[in-house]
Design a protein around this ligand. Structure first.
Ligand code: BG6
Length: 433
């Protein structure tokens, strides 16, 4: 397999999971700060920019994907905080000097708390707040940043608000209306970028899974098809076609959900064609037919190994996903996250994360084969560049190529996967053959 010379070999972090410094330089809380105290310090990336970019340079990274903490830039959702921008400007300086291409996510799960208190995404006004934030970032970063994601994993955000609604916090209707507002916000950011910053390559970054039916029964195939529509196509069709996936809409209508979609919304969504489709891939899922409010049920896959956290490990599912996306949308693709969460042990100054190496190698081999098949893949980002706080499992579950100790200095140690990925990048993927 041959990777193109300009392939973006990258690794990623997100602001609230990595930066810490939750109240530094004018930052106010995001919704994540209320979830766990771990985010107060996290990996203390905010105070380790020099050290971490030096590690990335040593690793040979061609790209670093990070997110901008909205609540640093607009702490109360309305008032600009120049000190927040200054942190990212400095980071961009460091990346430029190290010849590392920045890949910037505008919004990664961390809505400013002030906006959440004003109704969050269910409130249509949040669209304008996001537009202001996105425009400020485009303007401040100028031509230094080409690659942007509008929203990280909008489908996981919806899942979170649906879970909250089922637990009595908010309603399912509001969760889905909020999801619609977020679609419009992302589309407006794409339009803004295209109108005023023509160098920008922008798109959303949903979390996609390969979906399989449990058996050859047509009922299971139909269940898989319906699940795929809600789990994946609702989000990727909005990006690729600028409209709602009809199956997903039909399931929502059958559940009594009617979205308030204005004519103007429809026009905005239809006109905002992304330049790239970014996506995060971790696993595949298996479903079987079920009776009840939803016509499917997720079941374990008897054929795939699992991570210690119960996620199916399925590199072929990544190739299947790449094929499906390319076939359906003909948009260049970038994998913005892929990686293995594990309880790494620091022993004698080393972390022997062989399972992570095996996971990354197997997935990258499938990316290489997809490229050989003619699929346009622009880049691949390991989740994560540096250890950070997992969204669901705290600091116990680690993803990094670099270990971060829980001491006061947040001491960094290169894991075995660091040297391995360094070799892959230095050989332009040759060592994967
Ligand atoms: C994605 C997110 O859902 O997966 C990341 O974009 C997250 O923020 C990653 O950390 C892995 O999930 P988790 O729960 O294992 O941290």
């Amino acid at each position: 397999m041959t990777f193109p010379a300009q392939f973006l070999w990258g690794a990623a972090t997100s602001a609230y999971q990595y930066e810490g410094a939750a109240t530094a330089d004018g930052k106010k809380p995001s919704v994540q700060d209320a979830v766990s105290d771990l985010f107060k310090t996290a990996s203390d990336g905010y105070h380790h920019a020099e050290e971490d970019v030096a590690l990335m340079a040593e690793l040979g990274l061609r790209a670093y994907r990070f997110s901008v903490a909205w609540s640093r830039i607009y702490p109360d959702g309305v008032t600009l905080n120049p000190a927040g921008l200054a942190y990212y400007q400095h980071l961009l300086d460091l990346l430029e000097a190290a010849h590392i291409t920045p890949v910037v996510t505008l919004y990664h799960f961390d809505l400013p708390q002030a906006l959440a208190e004003a109704g969050g995404w269910a409130n249509r006004d949040t669209i304008a707040a996001y537009q202001r934030f996105a425009h400020t970032v485009f303007e401040a970063f100028g031509t230094r940043v080409t690659y942007y994601q509008t929203v990280n994993e909008q489908n996981m955000l919806l899942m979170m608000s649906l879970k909250q609604a089922l637990a009595g916090q908010g309603t399912v209707q509001d969760a889905l209306q909020g999801n619609h507002h977020l679609f419009v916000a992302g589309a407006l950011a794409i339009q803004d970028a295209h109108a005023h910053f023509p160098h920008i390559l922008i798109g959303p970054a949903p979390n996609l899974v390969a979906v399989y039916p449990l058996s050859p029964k047509p009922e299971d195939a139909l269940a898989a098809n319906t699940y795929d529509a809600l789990r994946n196509l609702l989000f990727s069709d909005m990006a690729g076609f600028g409209r709602y996936n009809p199956t997903a809409l039909a399931v929502l209508a059958a559940a009594g959900i009617t979205l308030n979609v204005t004519e103007e919304d429809r026009a905005v969504l239809a006109q905002a064609r992304p330049d790239l489709l970014y996506f995060n891939y971790y696993n595949s899922e298996v479903v079987t037919a079920a009776s009840g409010p939803l016509p499917f049920r997720k079941v374990p896959n008897p054929e795939t190994p699992q991570t210690a956290y119960g996620w199916d490990i399925d590199p072929l599912g990544l190739r299947i996903t790449l094929r499906q996306l390319w076939d359906r949308y003909r948009l260049p693709l970038m994998i913005t996250e892929n990686g293995l969460g594990a309880q790494d042990a620091l022993e004698g100054g080393a972390v022997h994360d062989q399972a992570r190496i095996a996971y990354l190698r197997a997935h990258l081999q499938q990316v290489g084969q997809a490229i050989d098949e003619g699929i346009h893949v622009v880049g691949y980002n390991v989740w994560s560049a540096i250890d950070l706080v997992s969204t669901h499992d705290g600091f116990e579950k680690r993803y990094g190529l670099v270990y971060v100790a829980q001491d006061a200095a947040r001491t960094r140690t290169r894991k075995d996967s660091f040297a391995w990925y360094q070799g892959v990048i230095a050989s332009d993927g040759e060592t994967l053959n």
